[in-house]
Design a protein around this ligand. Structure first.
Ligand code: AMP
Length: 214
């Protein structure tokens, strides 16, 4: 099964993508995670990607497409995969379609996790992270026991640059301009399915399971 997760940044598509990957035993491919791993390792790709990510902008299609095409051609993707954060532009979607067509394949579903902007801004600007151990919190839904202190390692919590309100607003406008057109793109191909991302996480996952079957 080949699945694309669509939805604004902060809609919870990453969490759902992980659950889908576990449940259906297919790889979870997150371009954001791949870029962050490259930044951490200090690779050339990471250095280039960071410039864009810090501003809430998209990494150019040339850098992104090759990376994904290479990943989905690997052996573990034979029985399918779930794409999280890719495609994010029409040229990326076209490149994916072309690459799959060349292999006689096509995507099965594009699942849009739908959450209104106001809700997203609240969710993302309340996020806090521990840069020491990687634990993440939310000031309202998952607060640390002691304000601004990590439960796991006791370090001070911070708000990541890309979770700051200005950056979140910028990422949302990039989403509406460049990624939302994909909703029509996949609707035209009759593989778009929409779930209500404001519901609790387990309900969202049940809705997705009902779409995918089993
Ligand atoms: P994410 O973790 O999916 O929210 O991605 C974090 C950041 O990585 C985005 O704000 C972009 O700067 C970059 N990024 C991730 N996926 C893509 C993509 N498909 N195309 C361009 N940039 C991307």
């Amino acid at each position: 099964m080949k699945i694309i997760m669509l939805g604004a940044p902060g809609a919870g598509k990453g969490t759902q993508a992980k659950q889908i990957a576990d449940h259906y035993s297919i790889p979870h491919i997150s371009t954001g995670d791949i870029f962050r791993a490259n930044i951490k390792e200090g690779t050339e790709l990471g250095k280039k990607a960071k410039e864009y990510m810090d501003k809430g902008a998209l990494v150019p299609d040339e850098l992104t497409c090759d990376l994904v095409m290479d990943r989905i051609s690997q052996d573990d993707c034979k029985n399918g995969f779930v794409l999280d954060g890719f495609p994010r532009t029409i040229p990326q979607a076209e490149a994916l379609e072309k690459a799959l067509e060349a292999a006689g394949q096509k995507m099965d579903f594009a699942i849009d996790v739908d959450v209104p902007d106001d809700n997203i801004i609240g969710r993302m600007s309340g996020r806090r992270a521990c840069l020491n151990c990687g634990a993440t919190y939310h000031i309202i839904s998952i607060p640390p026991k002691k304000e601004d202190i990590c439960d796991v390692c006791g370090e001070a919590l911070v708000q990541r640059d890309d979770d700051k309100e200005e950056t979140v607003k910028n990422r949302l406008s990039v989403y509406h301009e460049q990624t939302q057109p994909l909703i029509n793109f996949y609707q035209e191909r009759d593989i778009l399915r929409t779930v209500d991302g404001t519901r609790p996480m387990d309900e969202v996952f049940s809705a997705i399971q009902a779409i995918l079957g089993a």
